[in-house]
Design a protein around this ligand. Structure first.
Ligand code: SF4
Length: 468
């Protein structure tokens, strides 16, 4: 039988599909990354691996992962060494706020062209650093290596060393060619750059009860909310890494006595390095949802081992929970029985969201992450009901298919997931770096419930006729 080119592609795509449980068709190579939750221990899920070629992963590139982590440092300069397109990833499409410096809102690029690719871009990079230093008061510059720099092999280490000597500044290379893996490798590249900024030698002295807050990017001012909670408990946040962060405080972060880690996916690696190099222990916490916010504050007070502080923490969480009780009861009545689908970056957020939906009387019918680890998925599986679809590093087709099959009323995700939900006539809540509404802490738990209610119970859904 003869096929036309288009028919041939379609035929190959069809034969490459396998029937999964509940009549779901997914690519054969993706089968191991999807599971239907059940008590069967053999029903495992593969994760933390390279994306399947051709499956159209929702993950961003290595450089983007590094930029997510470092860009919120408000007084740092960021040079994207690569073609201008890579630099289109800017502050304007993220929601990280600053209480002072604003320079991080600018993007600098070496704008590499064909000639630079042939003859090398090192001179252009050195000239870009010179120009920034000439025009601004620079303390720290991060220099990101993009795909083409990885290919042509520019020695950005050497350029940075020379610039530090010439200008008496810190110039930190970020090894993030886009093809060097996936977004998680970008997180690691950013964490390595932060260690380089701090220096590997041990601190001379430690500040008691001073903590570093890792993995909050101050979206819609969330780090400020948590800083205020900690202040109520008598805890001083010495360094915010990185939301509303300052270079100076990050350089001194090694003197703190504890690291608390909110975004575990991006910052556990840094916390482990800091424990190894500077003897700073770390706690994984989450300030999403009432339950996790309460637990996290009590855990921190307990770790710092001060009876007075523990009492203050208990009184504080009791007071704050009481304040929002009535509002949450109102939203629970309006949301009870609705079905939620979750697709977010890391495991810690997915876990907190499942708990938040449970608290609102909702059922999570689909949950997935871009960079979740085995231990995250073990917790996710223990929290979800049998039949919940759990998937790692999903693609748009899978997300659409499972949302429809499971009858999801809402999808929680980021900017790339929003059109998938809206095209299916499903409500959507933005829980990614673009969000403009603070969703953490006690106040964030109410904002979250309000947002879910507004979108799920919007009258718009009565006017849409879905054609699939
Ligand atoms: S994949 Fe490469 S070329 Fe594309 S944005 Fe990332 S670093 Fe730039």
């Amino acid at each position: 039988m003869e096929y036309s080119k288009v028919e041939l592609i379609e035929h190959e795509e069809k034969t490459n599909l396998v029937k999964h449980e509940e009549e779901t068709e997914i690519l054969k190579a993706r089968e191991a990354f999807v599971c239907i939750n059940s008590k069967d221990k053999n029903n495992s899920l593969r994760c933390d691996a390279e994306s399947v070629s051709g499956s159209v992963s929702q993950r961003a590139c290595v450089y983007c992962g590094a930029r997510v982590v470092l860009n919120p440092i408000t007084d740092a300069y960021h040079i994207v060494h690569g073609p201008i397109g890579c630099a289109s990833y800017t502050w304007d499409i993220r929601g990280s706020l600053s209480s002072g410096e604003e320079i991080y809102r600018n993007s600098f690029s070496t704008d590499l062209r064909e000639k630079d690719v042939i003859f090398g871009g090192e001179k252009k990079l050195a000239a870009a650093i010179d120009e920034i230093v000439e025009r601004h008061k620079v303390k720290v510059i991060f220099i990101y290596a993009t795909c083409i720099v990885g290919v042509i092999g520019d020695d950005i280490d050497a350029v940075c060393r020379a610039a530090e000597k010439k200008h008496n500044i810190r110039a930190i290379p970020v090894k993030s060619p886009g093809f060097a893996g996936h977004k998680s490798m970008g997180y690691k590249a950013a964490c390595n750059a932060l260690i380089e900024l701090m220096g590997k030698e041990k601190p001379k002295a430690k500040k008691e009860k001073a903590i570093n807050y890792l993995g909050d990017f101050n979206l819609a001012g969330e780090a400020w909310i948590i800083n205020n909670y900690l202040k109520e408990l008598g805890i001083d946040v010495a360094a915010k890494i990185t939301g509303d962060g300052r270079c100076e405080e990050i350089m001194n972060a090694k003197s703190s006595s504890l690291n608390i880690v909110q975004c575990a996916g991006s910052m556990t690696y840094l916390a482990k390095l800091m424990e190894e190099l500077y003897d700073i222990p770390y706690l994984k916490i989450s300030f999403f949802g009432v339950e996790d916010t309460k637990l996290s504050l009590l855990k921190i007070a307990d770790f710092l081992g001060d009876k007075e502080m523990e009492k203050r923490a208990r009184d504080f969480v009791y007071r704050e929970e009481k304040k929002i009780e009535r509002e949450l009861t109102y939203y629970r009545k309006r949301l009870e029985g609705k079905r939620a689908a979750i697709y977010v970056g890391g495991g810690f957020k997915a876990i907190s969201l499942i708990k938040q939906f449970k608290d609102l009387g909702m059922d999570t019918v689909m949950v997935g992450t871009q960079t979740g680890k085995k231990e995250d998925y073990d917790v996710i599986r223990s929290l979800c009901n049998e039949g919940t679809v759990i998937l790692d590093d999903a693609n748009p087709a899978e997300l659409e298919k499972f949302m429809l099959e499971k009858g999801a009323d809402i999808l929680v995700g980021g900017v790339k997931e929003r059109p998938l939900a809206f095209k299916l006539g499903v409500a959507f809540c933005d829980h990614n770096h673009e969000r403009k509404e603070a969703l953490c802490g006690f106040v964030g738990a109410v904002n979250f419930a309000k947002e879910i209610d507004l979108t799920i119970n919007s009258p718009i859904w009565n006017y849409l006729k879905l054609e699939v």
